[in-house]
Structures are given as C-alpha cells and as structure tokens.
Design a protein around this ligand. Structure first.
Ligand SMILES: [Zn+2]
Ligand SMILES: [Zn+2]
Length: 294
C-alpha cells in the first residue's frame, strides 16, 4: 500500500493506514486520503505496455483502445470479434497467460535439454524468460532481490558467469534443485518482471468504457480519455489529463493535503488553511474531499 493512501485525523493530524472514522488518539473525525502520484501512474503504464506487448505479439491483436480512467488506471478495450466471442474460461486463460500464472519451466525444456531450452529470440514466454534471465545475470551485482533470494556466495557465482550469457543463454551453468536453486529462482524473477501485473477485472461491457471517455472523473476532476497508441509512451496523466483551466482561481479551505503534482506544478502540503488555487488544482482537492469552497 503506497504511502499516499491513509486516513488522517482532522483534529490532531494522526495518520493510520487502517480504515477508521474516528481517530485512535483523540477521537476526532478522520478523512480518507487517496492520492495519485506520478511514480504509481508510471508503474501502471509500464504494466499496460507489457499487456499491449502480449496482445500484439502473442495474440496477434492490433485493434484495441487504450483509455485513461481519470484517476489511477488505464483500460484496454479489445475490439476483435474473435475475442468478444470468448467465454469466461477462455478469458481467464488469457488473464493467466499475461500474468504469467502457472508457468511450468519443465514444459519449456528446463532443466536444459540442449535442443529445447529457451533462447533469446524465441517467441512468447520462452523468449521473455530467456531475455529476462540474461538481464538479471548481466546486472547480478545491482539486483537486490537477487541478493535476498540467493545470498552473497551464489550472487558472486552469477556475477562471474555474467559475460558468458551475453550472446546466448547458458542454462547449464546454473545450479538446480536442493539448496542452490539458481535456475528456479532466476526464472521466477524473470517471469515476475515480464508478467503484466494488471487488475484483472475483465468486462465485456466495452461500451461502458467508451462512454466514460471525455468525461470528468469525479474523484479527481481529471479527464477520462482515450490515449492513442502512439502517444501512450509520452502520456503523463497528471499533465495531459488536466481538463479544467487555471482560471478562475478558487479559494478553498483545505483540511489536509499532502504534496501533490498536477499540470506540471507542485502543490501542498497544507493543514487547515485557506488556499488560493488554480481551478483544476482546487477541484482536485474538492473531489477528494480534502477541501471545501471557502
Ligand atoms: Zn486525532
Ligand atoms: Zn504513488
């Protein structure tokens, strides 16, 4: 749970991660603070880009619409008739595939049989796993997850073989089983990196998603909008989805506001104070219930 989601007491300022209406310290009224930050949004976008890569390259789908929700997330609407006709189980299989669930490396020639072990140029998960392990081995010194999983001695072993992995996978160099599960752990890290960690709410109501486009999100005042595939990499919701103008400036009474970024400006932090703000920045706090019109 990110640090910008919490409940704060309006009387004494006490914060807690737990949902509560009354402050545990003074009994005062609390308000829920649920912000969006560029780090989380960027991470969400990276997961979306991975999902699109699966759609395009593994499923051969090119016709879909990406939209920003106006708050924390994106939607991907697939329009292909073949997909729309799929039943629940088939949809679940797609979800399992893109999230890397239940991947069994035994089915991919690991432990290595020289003829069938995954190679960097392989399609689908095989190539993803091979390239992922390559990257992890090449960066073995810098990956702290690896240190936690394997310990210093095995990390050193990986480092010493890293140059050997540059041009082709050297699965046979990795220890397997027992106490030193280098192969298993590298593969599972690699699967985790390549999987698209998405909120897997799959809906058939594409029209609902499209109706939302170009409306204002009631939790932020940001624009819910379609983002073209070409613009997605550059798209920054906190800049590009700001829908309201700066004028008129509004004076609001802010109960509590952490620092937040919007329209390339930084606002806050504030506690119990009147604040004169550009319209979009004021509406943002009003929508979040963190301020009232003064
Ligand atoms: Zn309190
Ligand atoms: Zn965040």
């Amino acid at each position: 749970k990110p640090g910008h989601d919490y409940y704060v007491c309006l009387s004494c300022g006490q914060r807690t991660g737990e949902k509560t209406q009354r402050c545990g310290v003074c009994g005062g009224e609390t308000v829920e603070v649920k912000m969006v930050c560029d780090t989380c949004l960027e991470k969400t976008k990276q997961e979306l880009l991975k999902l699109i890569d699966f759609m395009e390259n593994d499923f051969g789908l090119s016709s879909f619409t990406v939209s920003f929700s106006g708050n924390r997330g994106y939607h991907l609407a697939v329009e292909a008739k073949e997909v729309l006709e799929l039943g629940r189980d088939a949809r679940q299989e797609i979800v399992d595939y893109v999230t890397g669930s239940h991947i069994s490396i035994g089915f991919h020639g690991l432990p290595p049989s020289s003829t069938y072990a995954p190679d960097y140029s392989d399609p689908g998960w095989r190539g993803r796993v091979a390239r992922g392990v390559r990257r992890i081995v090449l960066e073995a010194g810098g990956d702290e997850r690896l240190g936690r999983l394997l310990g210093p001695r095995q990390l050193e072993e990986l480092r010493s073989m890293s140059s050997l992995w540059r041009d082709r996978p050297r699965w046979e160099l990795l220890k397997q089983g027992g106490r030193s599960q280098q192969l298993e752990k590298l593969v599972s890290l690699s699967v985790d990196d390549a999987a698209s960690h998405i909120d897997t709410v799959v809906t058939t109501d594409v029209h609902r998603l499209l109706r939302l486009a170009d409306t204002l999100n009631g939790k932020t005042g940001l624009r819910a909008m379609v983002v073209s595939r070409d613009m997605l990499e550059e798209f920054n919701p906190l800049r590009d989805a700001v829908a309201l103008p700066e004028e008129p400036t509004l004076t609001v009474k802010v109960f509590h506001s952490p620092r937040y970024m919007l329209g390339e400006n930084v606002y806050g932090p504030w506690e119990n104070q009147a604040q004169k703000l550009p319209a979009y920045a004021a509406v943002y706090l009003l929508c979040k219930g963190l301020a009232t019109l003064a």
